[in-house]
Write a protein that binds this ligand. Structure first.
Ligand SMILES: Nc1ncnc2c1ncn2[C@@H]1O[C@H](COP(=O)(O)OP(=O)(O)OP(=O)(O)O)[C@@H](O)[C@H]1O
Ligand SMILES: [Mg+2]
Length: 244
């Protein structure tokens, strides 16, 4: 793929408000957050459980589930208004420009397709010219990079045949294989042992050098924040209370 030299502003979030409209009334999950993310930058988001970290991330990639709704503010990615995009355009965006690594791997792995199939399809959605053989080869390389052994066998397995930690690694591979411009990683390494965590962080940084992607890293692990983040935002009750 072409690796364009990119610099400057990648993502701009301005005064974002997200609410859930429940039978009991409106729950304000995100109450006006603003930040910029540049190419080549890693921003950490920390904050207690329920402070709105995941909801904010889902809003950016257009995967906010009903009854959740963006009720105010703007999200601009590479100069484009994300909130104005249609469902189809958002699917396209997720195949190409943005990838998310979820807290729960089953959110993004399809139980009825093999691991290999899903990785190959993810890659082909992004790079239409890639052959099936080349895609399979790159899928296996990516699985090895995230610390999965026996990759030929794993390619033929279904998500439920893997352990939780392995599923998480597969999801990380899925997120990285398309070389996204923006990667949102929501607690991606908590279920993994320390060696693999370090390996995956290394992998993300390596890939970042090549693709200049911006990364939003949601975590409880302050060691990780210190290790890889250029800046950190602290969320509390739907607001960013501290940036630096
Ligand atoms: N489906 C829903 N219906 C109603 N309210 C919701 C729903 N999903 C999330 N919320 C609200 O949004 C708030 C933020 O949730 P979110 O998942 O973003 O928290 P988080 O910061 O990611 O927490 P954690 O660290 O536990 O993952 C919650 O406190 C909750 O009140
Ligand atoms: Mg969360």
């Amino acid at each position: 793929m072409e690796e364009k030299q990119k610099s400057g502003k990648l993502l701009e979030v301005k005064d974002l408000h997200v609410s859930f409209f429940t039978p009991a009334g409106e729950v304000k999950a995100v109450g006006g957050i603003s930040y910029d993310l540049n190419y080549d930058e890693v921003m950490g988001i920390v904050g207690e459980s329920g402070s709105g970290k995941s909801v904010e991330a889902y809003s950016i990639i257009g995967l906010l589930q009903s009854p959740g709704k963006v009720v105010g503010g703007s999200i601009t990615l590479e100069g484009e208004d994300v909130l104005a995009k249609s469902k189809e355009e958002m699917i396209d965006l997720r195949g190409n420009k943005v990838a998310m690594i979820f807290q729960n791997p089953m959110t993004c792995l399809n139980p009825v397709y093999t691991i290999g199939n899903q990785l190959i399809e993810a890659l082909k959605a992004h790079d239409k010219k890639v052959s099936k053989e080349e895609a399979a080869k790159r899928a296996m390389e990516m699985l090895e990079l995230v610390g999965i052994n026996n990759v030929e066998k794993r390619m033929k397995q279904y998500p439920h045949e893997l352990s939780g930690g392995m599923r998480q690694r597969v999801m990380i591979a899925m997120g990285l294989i398309c070389h996204p411009q923006l990667l949102i990683a929501d607690e991606p390494t908590t279920a993994l042992d320390v060696t693999i965590q370090a390996q995956i962080l290394e992998l993300m940084k390596d890939l970042q050098k090549k693709t200049h992607m911006g990364i939003i890293f949601i975590t409880h692990n302050l060691g990780v924040v210190a290790e890889i983040c250029d800046k950190v935002s602290v969320m509390y009750a739907g607001k960013m209370v501290e940036q630096g």
